[in-house]
Design a protein. Structure first.
Length: 125
């Protein structure tokens, strides 16, 4: 069960989370599914603002799914990669591109950028 903003809820409702997952929800639940020996994983998501519910399920073995290439990676390799990053004394280079901000042509930083300093300052004193 995941409570999300109205904006985030749309990604669960229309299945587009795999295309824009700045908080790593797919890797997290994929790790849980792997530990249970499952290839199907999903969320019951609730919109925090209005209480709407939806269920999103992905199957990492469904080669016909439009998101297959985005979700079929090895979770073991991903976990090993993250462990190596966390062990580093300095954060890795920024991996977020700017994104369009409306129709004006302006750009803004991706959501993940706003959480970057918090993530890497938790363990340091």
């Amino acid at each position: 069960v995941k409570s999300v903003s109205t904006y985030g809820f749309r990604k669960f409702k229309d299945g587009s989370l795999a295309y824009d997952d700045p908080f790593g929800y797919i890797a997290q639940i994929k790790g849980y599914a792997h530990a249970e020996g499952a290839t199907k994983f999903g969320w019951l998501a609730m919109d925090k603002q209005n209480g709407h519910l939806t269920y999103l399920m992905y199957d990492s073995e469904d080669t016909q799914a439009p998101v297959y290439d985005l979700i079929s990676y090895s979770i073991e390799d991903r976990i090993d990669h993250i462990k190596k990053l966390v062990e580093q004394p300095t954060p890795p280079e920024v991996c977020y591109e700017s994104i369009a901000d409306g129709k004006s042509g302006n750009q803004k930083l991706a959501v993940g950028c706003s959480y970057r300093s918090t993530l890497f300052s938790r363990g340091s004193k």
